[in-house]
Design a protein around this ligand. Structure first.
Ligand code: DX5
Ligand code: ZN
Length: 218
């Protein structure tokens, strides 16, 4: 598989009072995938937004929307997120004791199915999921907040799993602490999609920040 290496802006660090403009700016700069962080205040110690916001964002952009569901009961909301316009739905293995059910439902709804592993979660579970997933998101911070430092041990986990995942046409994504100081370490591990929040929307010029990060991948 030869997947384009892409920077995926996370709106978590955007200025929500100017969200439409922020989203248009990164799209005009070339962003193809927008990362939407859904947090429930239970699985992670922070709250963000739900399907209503995804629906609003859907109207603003042609970018692929990926919903990263940091919630204890993602299975109860898959249809809502899909109907709101999510193209890819990413669920945490830590919150899904019957994960084949959720993964099957996501695909049945017509979305791409992805699993997310926290930094401390062993990746062995992936063996049983390979035929059921389109994407794996490796968290490189403990989820909940933007602007945290990348946990470098995760890079070894990615490096170990990249050949198997790519053999199965599964996209590899990393989320947390991606910026100009860390992108060199990440490149070469096999990551296809790089989520970046504060390194884009935390900067004065989000378009320039996006383009500079993306240029590091070609
Ligand atoms: C963290 C979120 C990330 C967050 C990354 O819980 O899942 O998507 O936006 O933020 P940065 O890029 O600032 O580490
Ligand atoms: Zn995320």
């Amino acid at each position: 598989m030869n997947t384009d290496k892409l920077i995926c802006p996370s709106v978590l660090s955007a200025d929500f009072s100017r969200l439409a403009e922020e989203i248009r700016v990164v799209e005009a700069a070339g962003s193809k995938i927008l990362h939407l962080d859904v947090m429930d205040g239970h699985f992670v110690p922070n709250l963000t937004f739900g399907p209503i916001m995804v629906q609003a964002i859907r109207k603003l952009t042609n970018q692929t929307l990926e919903a990263h569901l940091m919630m204890t009961n993602p299975g109860d909301f898959l249809r809502q997120f899909r109907e709101a316009g999510a193209d890819t739905i990413l669920i945490h293995t830590e919150t899904c004791p019957h994960i084949h059910r959720e993964l099957t439902e996501i695909r049945d709804l017509g979305a791409k199915a992805g699993v997310v592993l926290n930094p401390g979660t062993p990746a062995d579970i992936l063996k049983t999921l390979l035929p059921h997933i389109d994407q794996v998101l490796f968290m490189s911070v403990n989820p909940g907040f933007g602007g945290q430092a990348l946990i470098p041990e995760v890079l070894e986990k990615i490096r170990t799993w990249a050949p198997t995942l790519h053999d199965h046409d599964i996209i590899i994504e990393i989320d947390g602490g991606v910026n100009l100081n860390t992108i060199d370490q990440i490149r070469g591990t096999g990551v296809d999609y790089y989520v970046a929040g504060s390194a884009i929307f935390g900067k004065d010029d989000a378009a320039e920040a996006f383009r500079t990060l993306q240029s590091q991948l070609s």
